[in-house]
Design a protein around this ligand. Structure first.
Ligand code: AP5
Ligand code: MG
Ligand code: ZN
Length: 223
């Protein structure tokens, strides 16, 4: 095995996967692979893939497994992923989990750890309805829990802060249902294979980061 590390960060919509994946990736010299971000980039670029994915995402449904696995396959070989990756919001189906296993095996790698951020549903709705995202750099904010210094303006790049089109009440409800139907079985799959570490996500952002740090297994010494 190489010294590379591959971590999966699971959890329902709004659990804080994106927020925490950025921190974990930065702290460990890993890249963050967020399939949601990759799809939103494709939508913004107006590519064929983006045009197809846009409606699916607005409806809160899942984009097909082969499209998602194709995206991940491509990104895994980017130079910023040379030390490994934190997956955010992927895999979301049991077939995607099997696909990930194949992509890593092809590269002589394996998945090191799966963490799941747990948050009660009422809190999820509060988080998603107040979320703002920088249009330019993608940095995440929350109007009450993690506000920018100047309203509507990104601290990091000065970009405009906007709401995600799928953060509307009906779509949030559908995303939660899809999570229960399609993604909850992924937890069972990993519980029986790699193992799953549960993280209490119902605490302030820094406390969740701390909880994750405590649970992260030390990087492989050999390799
Ligand atoms: P994706 O972008 O992955 O959305 P999601 O899973 O619904 O998760 P979110 O990004 O909404 O939440 P998050 O857990 O990242 O939370 P965040 O850190 O932002 O996917 C979007 C769509 O793309 C899917 O519906 C699907 O259509 C498609 N898709 C993506 N991946 C796919 C795949 N693999 N297969 C098929 N389709 C796929 O935090 C939320 C808010 O809360 C923020 O405002 C944040 O500031 C705040 N916050 C975070 N942590 C805390 C805390 N501890 N306390 C208080 N506030 C907090
Ligand atoms: Mg996210
Ligand atoms: Zn920005």
């Amino acid at each position: 095995m190489s010294g590379r590390r591959y971590l999966v960060l699971m959890g329902p919509p709004g659990a804080g996967k994106g927020t925490q994946a950025s921190r974990v990736a930065e702290g460990g010299g890993l890249c963050k692979i967020s399939t949601g971000d990759l799809l939103r980039e494709a939508v913004a670029a107006g590519s064929e893939l983006g045009r197809k994915a846009e409606q699916t995402m607005k409806a809160g449904e899942l984009v097909s497994d082969d499209v998602i696995l194709g995206l991940v396959d491509e990104v895994l070989d980017r130079p910023e992923c040379a030390e490994g990756a934190v997956f955010d919001g992927f895999p979301r189906t049991v077939d995607q989990a099997a696909g990930l296993q194949e992509l890593l095996t092809e590269r002589g790698e394996r998945l090191d750890q799966v963490l799941i951020i747990e948050v009660p549903e009422a809190e999820i709705v509060r988080r998603l309805s107040g979320r703002r995202v920088c249009k330019k750099c993608g940095k995440l904010y929350h109007i009450s829990f993690d506000p920018s210094r100047k309203e509507g303006v990104c601290d990091a790049c000065g970009g405009e802060l906007v709401q995600r089109p799928d953060d509307q009440p009906e779509t949030i409800a559908r995303r939660l249902a899809v999570y229960g139907e399609e993604t909850a079985p992924v937890r069972e799959h990993y519980a029986a294979t790699t193992g799953v570490t549960a993280i209490d996500g119902d605490q302030p952002i820094d406390a969740v980061t701390e909880a994750i740090r405590r649970e992260l297994e030390p990087a492989d010494a050999e390799g």
